[in-house]
Design a protein around this ligand. Structure first.
Ligand code: AVJ
Ligand code: FE
Length: 436
């Protein structure tokens, strides 16, 4: 049995909350006040909204729901309710100014750590195995990724720095591997901090398929661009074609052609598009069109998870491609250690048993699938985390990006977004059915 004990989970909860807050602090202290309250894109909130929203969610779940405390500032709840105010509206709300937002989040955190010290880790579903604490650490990390996207959209000079990933020799392995058909276990009923949409574990039948060993690189994607891929309706769904025409989209977001050379903007720097790096900032329509041009298709969500978790030798699903161990720096590019994906073929220690690389970290990978509940899904602890998003409006992304913390990334973790979105750290890999 791999289930961690209560004290291990309590320590993990403290570490996860502290790690998240260190990241939040970095992301909100490297720019000045006007930058924190400005709206850098109508797609995003001002950074100062994320900051107080992080504190407010923590207050609602850890102080009020777990510990039964009175609201600290009941009047601000509605300002930080993501469903009451769309992102575009948030800069015009009477938000807490930066100093007050920081003080509020710190006050909540002090109390939450007191609650955590003595909380029982059983009894209710909310506290079982420290779930609420893990959920809140994941929530903060998800907003830290959101805030990093805001940083990427922000105009002006570089505010954040991080070392580049280590260079690796050009990947020389096979370009695709065959994943055997047959049943496998998708989702989880045992991962203590798995969110509602990852549950429950259930058996899925998958036909044999081939999947790319690495994410699609900039060089490969550039071949599609230079072959006129954006000018040929054959490769696009009707919705995708209409979208790229209407918006004059001709390359990934942040790319620019300059004297015959493709450049990209990345966190305030302009640089030559690196050929060996996984392509980043493409929408689902672009990923889908590239795959069709390449004579392939996007993997379904079940195929992606089978490639990422299935161990043919043990005939079982693992937590991660490399096994059940938590992610370390040798396994994957996670946690904003780097501010870019690592070259294709990096992290051999993170490969799946069949040799598929970089399934976890680097870039979120678009799948062919709509965001739907698993059989037996139960909304927990609130419908607005996942349930209200189920349906055909959203496509599933898997595997996490360089911007995702390990606490919010697993072989079962599900992300979703509209098929037009590309400010997110999104890329993809392709697949094909065995008989194609
Ligand atoms: C899972 C990334 C789609 O940012 O909308 C944050 C995560 N939910 N606060 C989002 C989330 C509530 C969510 N995604
Ligand atoms: Fe949120």
């Amino acid at each position: 049995d791999l289930a961690p004990g209560t004290e291990t989970l309590r320590e993990r909860a403290v570490t996860s909350l502290v790690t998240a807050r260190d990241r939040t602090t970095l992301l909100t202290e490297c720019v000045d006040e006007p930058d924190l309250t400005a709206q850098h894109s109508p797609l995003m909130s001002p950074l100062v909204w994320d900051l107080a929203h992080i504190g407010n969610q923590e207050e609602q779940w850890l102080l009020r729901a777990v510990a039964g405390q009175e609201a600290l500032r009941p009047e601000i709840d509605s300002l930080y309710d993501a469903f009451e105010h769309p992102r575009a509206e948030r800069p015009r709300l009477p938000l807490l100014p930066p100093d007050e937002a920081r003080r509020y989040a710190a006050e909540v955190r002090g109390r939450a750590l007191d609650v955590l010290e003595s909380a029982a880790f059983d009894g209710t579903r909310l506290t079982e195995a420290g779930f609420a604490f893990g959920m809140i650490a994941q929530h903060e990390q998800q907003h830290d990724e959101t805030m990093l996207i805001t940083h990427q959209l922000r105009k002006g000079p570089q505010a954040l720095t991080a070392p580049d990933p280590d260079p690796v020799p050009l990947f020389a392995g096979p370009s695709e591997v065959l994943v055997p058909g047959g049943p496998f276990t998708m989702g989880t009923s045992t991962e203590p901090w798995a969110l509602d949409n990852e549950r429950p574990a259930h058996v899925r039948e998958v036909a044999p398929f081939w999947i790319d060993t690495t994410p699609v690189t900039n060089a490969a994607y550039l071949a599609f661009v230079e072959d006129g891929g954006y000018r040929d309706p054959r490769w696009w769904t009707p919705e995708g074609w209409a979208h790229i025409r209407r918006n004059s989209i001709t390359a990934p977001l942040f790319w620019r052609l300059d004297g015959g050379q493709w450049l990209r903007r990345r966190f305030g720097l302009t640089e030559v598009v690196p050929p060996d790096e996984p392509v980043l900032h493409v929408c689902w329509y672009e990923a889908d069109a590239y795959a069709r041009w390449a004579g392939r298709r996007l993997p379904t969500e079940a195929e992606w998870e089978k490639a990422a978790r299935y161990d043919p030798a043990g005939d079982r699903s693992m937590r991660y491609p490399w096994g059940d161990a938590d992610p370390g720096p040798e396994h994957a590019n996670l946690g904003q250690r780097h501010l870019r994906p690592a070259p294709a073929g990096s992290y051999p220690a993170g490969a799946s048993p069949l040799g598929v690389r970089q399934l976890i970290g680097d870039v979120w990978e678009w799948t062919a699938s709509d965001f739907l509940p698993y059989p037996g899904f139960q909304a927990f602890p609130y419908r607005e985390y996942s349930e209200v998003f189920f349906g055909s409006d959203y496509k599933v992304l898997r595997g996490g990006s360089f911007a995702v913390d390990p606490v919010a990334c697993r072989g079962t973790f599900r992300n979703w977004d509209y098929p037009i979105r590309r400010q997110i750290f999104s890329g993809f890999r392709t697949a094909r059915s065995e008989d194609v």
